[in-house]
Design a protein around this ligand. Structure first.
Ligand code: ARG
Length: 275
């Protein structure tokens, strides 16, 4: 029997409006600084994403965008928040380095206990909570040592997964958490983005996971946001949407095509705050 969607739970998200969004450097294969970006369109798409969460009954807070940080819209990279503890991001590339302290300050100003990371990690881009576990990507951005640092900080098992395809440079571009319910954790993922050993780990942990196709992955369909029932997903990931429906999830297509030029989708724009 195939595991079924457990049901929606209210979520608390942090987002950053793409006021200063553009593609002015290249740190992943999706980014082409020669290509024109339309900041107004990015803002409209982002607002639709935010409004979608609000309509689903979730809470959305925002952090002020900072001029000169065009990737700050990808809030998922800003930190990892587990059980109310904030593990700060420490970015791989200098272009994004200032985002880590900016997000950390946002949390500290609101009374969160924050921990300044010693190891390179790009927040929820690579660190995904699934039930009691944390799945952790490495290979392109976050260092493996950050996985151990996070495990020690939050006392949850952190499972390292090796990414091998540079188009899927963050774990959240290759794997989506569908259910974080400890009783029925579930994910969708794109096997070719992982090393053979990591694929075997995923098969063991999630024997009936949703397996994405090349087209689903290329549309960044796995950069999806689930509340346990509704899954906000790129409209072009049609096979993935069908698989989600078959398992009782409700796919909610939201177009973030302008933000795809920077190499991100819905999940990249969404940092989950777990109290
Ligand atoms: N241009 C950004 C970068 O390369 C995109 C980040 C996307 N975020 C994510 N959570 N995958 O760092």
């Amino acid at each position: 029997m195939t595991a079924h969607a457990p049901g929606a739970t209210p979520r608390h998200y942090l987002m950053c409006e793409p006021t200063h969004y553009t593609v002015s450097y290249r740190i992943n294969p999706w980014m082409d600084p020669q290509r024109v970006t339309d900041t107004d369109l990015a803002v409209r798409q982002w607002r639709t994403l935010r409004d979608t969460y609000l309509e689903l009954g979730h809470t959305v807070e925002t952090i002020d965008p900072i001029p000169g940080l065009p990737d700050m819209v990808y809030a998922a990279n800003g930190a990892t928040v587990v059980d109310g503890v904030v593990y700060s991001a420490r970015f791989r590339y200098p272009e994004r380095a200032a985002e880590g302290p900016a997000y950390q300050k946002w949390f500290a100003d609101r009374g969160f206990v924050t921990h300044t990371a010693e190891q390179v990690n790009e927040g929820e881009g690579d660190l995904l909570v699934v039930g009691d576990l944390i799945l952790a990507g490495t290979g392109f951005r976050s260092d493996r040592a950050s996985h151990a640092e996070l495990q020690e900080l939050v006392g949850r098992p952190v499972i390292s997964l090796e990414l091998v395809d540079d188009r899927y440079y963050h774990l959240d571009t290759a794997l989506a958490v569908l259910s974080s319910d400890p009783a029925s954790p579930q994910v969708a993922y794109y096997p070719p983005a992982f090393s053979a050993g990591s694929r075997a780990v995923l098969e063991r942990l999630f024997p009936d996971a949703v397996v994405a196709t090349d087209d689903d992955a290329a549309a960044l369909g796995l950069n999806a946001v689930s509340d346990g029932l509704h899954v906000v997903v790129a409209p072009r990931a049609t096979h993935l949407a069908g698989e989600l429906r078959r398992r009782g999830y409700t796919p909610i297509p939201v177009d973030t095509s302008e933000l795809l030029k920077g190499g991100g989708g819905a999940k990249c724009c969404t940092l989950e705050i777990r109290r």
